[in-house]
Ligand binder design. Structure first.
Ligand SMILES: [Zn+2]
Length: 712
């Protein structure tokens, strides 16, 4: 059975072996045990149910709270030839009915649904009428009220499963679960502890950093500059902060998107799509962004503000490097952020018991920022797992070799000024006094007469504020809880004043690029982007960054070589091989030869595909009169794939009767919108057109227009 699973993994996904942990989990399911899998994000969770689903007779139902993720997963599965679909509130009644009847006909191996769907009686009787072999509960922590995303509908899952006469297998999956939450999942889904697999919370490709007491905007500006062209997410705590940071970065010339709950649904969809399609590099967002974003090539995640707890942090940070490539997670820590999170807890409608729990978690999050031990180890211990024997060796605490500068004198100047202002003012005014500023409030309060007035006049006001932030982060100064927080001296400061302890500040963190330049990699990314916009799927659905990396180091110039690339199997070779191989050949002929490849291979032309290409097979069936639906059934492909095949064949000059796809009226409507909105964003086009016009028709019109313009 396991051998069969490995063969399927190779045939469909292009990997020759399972990753750490996957094999045990899959074997356990194939032995008919209900299973709980706790795997880090990016550890390949979905393979754990997708491969067994192919080995079972009936259909696998995947319950996921994330509507946008469903479409993504289905696109990805469809792109490798696994028949799958989703049913959720984003569908029209027609689409819904169509999919339900297809499910009844057994057209799919995998069906994604939202948990709320289980509350519908008619849907439950549909499930009972078909052969459900497995139920995969994704984001299983949503079942526990101690988890960070409790979803009451998850509680219906067990009841639903009990209604079946032949009980389907259960696999529950999550990336973040404390011991408490794990026990809850097992209890509520009736999974025994022996069937629980924890494959480790460590994310070996991620580097964790905490930056304290530095100016956040300066840091972000430098960081983005050092990592230009890489995709990154910046999380900020409030909508206002997102808006401001977004404007700031745009002014700096960074290709930036933004996302928060204050935007309309349409705006959010557009922003998200631009990020998924690599049209913007940086996404500035509140924590509303990311649930369900499966973009695998996010190279960095920066937390502009302190997250509310370590679970939320690790989940958000974990959106970096899902493709297994080296990526970075950075928290920009400032003392005020703790006040903000406390305020948010205080304002919430949680019970007192739950609030206490949240305060405690916030404290643990703040402790993470102050710890001097390995940050990855700290996180693993937080989740209750035995820490590994060795530290990660790359987080900022493991790597910190910066020299310390004695800043005791400057610190004493600040302490003395705070004291002389009776610990009644905020950091801006303290900084202005130290700078010797002549503004009205200073004259008004008579601060010009203080002995500390102008004591740091050689520094800029911003430098002084940054230094005060550093003293807050290190616990020398504290900010009160009030609406206008006031600076106070802590005991640690008093020790400096009275006991003559020294204050050290480390040199600024040097910012380095996460990746070095690779010209071929950039070219392959361009090929991927072009294909993605032709097929209207996000680029990473075509190939992950790690596949492109591998491609750029292996430089395959034949089909056989191309199959050796990580993540390439037959379907992907057929669909995309030609384009990438052509780009590699072109690069090798004209480019620098710093890639380690033998000249003999360089001269070789890409191998001709010996069988008819997949898209032409679909096209021929279509020309013989088969409907899209029939072809998709015959070939075990999704209808969208078949539609794309036909468009591709047409775009290559094969004759086609367009009137079968679009009426003249519809065509006129689409053409008008294409001229108005362009063809870059299919989704915007779709949204701007009447609901009954589908993507196939839009793509057909674009194809027709392109052909006409070429033939003119
Ligand atoms: Zn470390």
């Amino acid at each position: 059975m396991l051998q069969k699973a490995i063969k399927l993994l190779n045939d469909y996904f292009g990997y020759s072996s399972f990753r750490n942990g996957q094999e045990d989990i899959i074997e356990n399911i194939l032995n008919f045990n209900d299973t709980l899998a706790i795997m880090p994000t990016g550890g390949g969770k979905s393979i754990c149910y997708q491969v067994p689903a192919l080995l079972m007779d009936g259909i696998t139902i995947v319950i996921s709270p994330l509507i946008s993720l469903m479409k993504d997963q289905v696109d990805a599965l469809t792109s490798i030839g696994i028949p799958s679909t989703y049913i959720n509130s984003s569908l029209t009644t027609n689409e819904l009915n169509e999919r339900i009847s297809e499910v009844k006909e057994g057209a799919y191996k995998i069906l994604y649904i939202a948990p709320e769907r289980l509350d519908s009686n008619s849907f439950r009787s549909l499930l009972l009428s078909i052969n459900v072999s497995m139920v995969a509960v994704d984001e299983a922590h949503c079942i526990s009220q101690w988890g960070h995303d409790f979803r009451p509908s998850y509680r219906s899952i067990k009841n639903m499963i009990n209604e079946f006469t032949a009980k389907p297998k259960i696999i529950a999956l999550t990336a973040t679960a404390t011991k408490e939450v794990t026990a809850d999942i097992c209890h509520l889904l009736d999974i025994s502890e022996t069937n629980t697999f924890v494959t480790g919370f460590a994310r070996e490709n991620l580097t964790f950093n905490v930056i304290k007491g530095e100016n956040k905007r300066d840091y972000i500006t430098k960081y983005i500059k050092a990592n230009r062209g890489q995709a990154g997410i910046i999380y900020a705590a409030t909508r206002k902060e997102v808006d401001e940071l977004y404007e700031f970065l745009k002014k700096n010339g960074t290709k930036t998107g933004k996302y928060h709950a204050g935007l309309t649904e349409h705006e959010r969809a557009v922003q998200q799509e631009q990020f998924l399609f690599d049209q913007v590099d940086v996404m500035v967002a509140t924590n509303a962004f990311g649930m369900g974003i499966n973009k695998s090539n996010v190279r960095y995640v920066i937390h502009h503000n302190l997250p509310k707890n370590i679970e939320a942090y690790y989940q958000e940070a974990g959106r970096a490097g899902r493709d297994g490539e080296k990526s970075e997670c950075t928290i920009l820590f400032a003392g005020q952020d703790i006040q903000l999170q406390k305020f948010l807890i205080e304002q919430s409608t949680l019970s007192n018991e739950k609030k206490k729990h949240e305060y405690q978690k916030l404290q643990q999050m703040a402790d993470l920022c102050h710890t001097e031990k390995c940050i990855q180890t700290y996180i693993i211990e937080y989740f209750g797992e035995d820490a590994p024997n060795t530290d990660c060796g790359k987080c900022m605490n493991c790597m910190d070799t910066r020299s310390k500068i004695d800043v005791t004198n400057e610190a004493l100047m600040v302490f003395s000024c705070v004291k002389r202002m009776d610990e009644r003012f905020g950091k801006t005014l303290v900084a202005q006094v130290l700078k010797g500023s002549k503004n009205k409030r200073i004259t008004q309060f008579g601060f010009g007469k203080l002995s500390t007035y102008g004591l740091m006049k050689q520094k800029t006001e911003k430098q002084i504020v940054d230094f005060i932030d550093f003293l807050i982060a290190e616990g020398y100064l504290s900010l009160t809880n009030a609406q206008y927080p006031v600076l106070e001296l802590s005991n640690k400061a008093k020790q400096v004043i009275v006991e003559k302890q020294q204050v050290f500040k480390k040199e600024q963190m040097a910012i380095q690029a996460i990746e070095t330049n690779d010209e071929l990699f950039d070219k392959l990314k361009q090929v991927r982007r072009n294909l993605a916009s032709q097929l209207a799927v996000p680029p990473y659905i075509i190939f992950s960054d790690s596949s492109l990396k591998d491609m750029s180091s292996k430089c395959p110039t034949t089909s056989e070589e191309f199959l050796q690339v990580k993540g390439v199997a037959k379907t992907k070779l057929e669909r995309y091989g030609e384009d990438f191989i052509a780009a590699i050949c072109e690069y090798l002929k004209v480019g620098k030869k710093d890639h380690d490849i033998q000249t003999a291979t360089v001269r070789k032309q890409p191998a001709e595909s010996n069988n008819t290409s997949s898209h032409l097979t679909s096209y021929q069936l279509y020309q013989k009169g088969s409907s899209i639906k029939m072809i998709s059934e015959i070939r075990g492909l999704s209808e969208i794939t078949v539609q794309n095949h036909i468009i591709r064949a047409a775009s290559e000059g094969n004759p086609i009767d367009w009137s079968q796809i679009i009426s003249e009226d519809e065509e006129a409507l689409i053409v008008e919108k294409v001229y108005e909105l362009g063809t870059e964003m299919l989704k915007s086009l779709k949204d701007a057109l009447p609901e009954e016009i589908n993507y196939f028709q839009i793509k057909a019109v674009i194809c027709k227009l392109t052909l006409e313009s070429v033939n003119q």
